[in-house]
Design a protein around this ligand. Sequence first.
Ligand SMILES: [Zn+2]
Length: 293
Amino acid sequence: MVYIAGMSIRTILSVAITIAAFVVSLGFGSRANAWGMLRALNTKFMKSYLAYSIYKYHRINYCLDIESGSAGHFHKRTLDTEVKWALGQWLEVVRQYTGPVPLNSVQCASPNLNIMVYVGPSTRDDFDPSYNDAHIHDLDEYFVKIVLNSDFRYRYDGSIYPVYDFAYVVRQFLNSGNFSLSFFLKEMYANKYSFDEIAAWVAPQWGADGKAILYYTSAHLLLHELGHSFGLCDTYDVTQNCDPNFSSHWNNEPPSVMGMANYLYLSPDDIEGIRALFQRFAPISRTPEHKRK
Ligand SMILES: [Zn+2]
């Protein structure tokens, strides 16, 4: 049985509305942190989420599944680099709770799977470019699944853009045979390059809508969806999947990966949220080994 707990990033329209509301809200009071945790953590699907499974298994087993014929120029090698880069950002800031967490690439049919990254048509009846779901195998094994929706099409100025592999888009403007994705991602993370800066490089080749195209690329979508995979909720619309009992203030949300989503590095708000999440699940790490079943 596969169960869909149901959480997603919104369409560009609702994001725009949220941004507008955010700008309006700036006029009222000071900014507060705004992280929150998923309501789904209160259900049995809690076991699917990485904040739980890392304490239990002390590793992350992940698999990549790219449907043949998917648009967006996805490659297993570059997607693998991006997944490890995005996982690494989240794991780095909770290392004091978890210690080192090995990342193992496994088959998607593995019963010991913790997270699946799927590129293919969405089974949902909506227009999300990406989303994260909790799943359970028949054998009572839990995992999370990130979907990069290959059916998604962003329309702009008469052109139609799918969700692209970030590596493909970047390669277009670097135009270099020596392009190293992992080096580029590390540079962007170290220097905290903004979407605006990267879009300014991309724009000459991709038109005035470079930022929108960049918005629908895999690297930052993965960073956001992985936030859900750990157990964090969407702070751009707290009514959607956030648990009010495990969240900070929800007024005047600061920009963040779990808020606006258009970031390639974690904000202080994201870091505070993921640390609170691991503190919440810390008792699992103190469960004696023989009781971990
Ligand atoms: Zn989301």
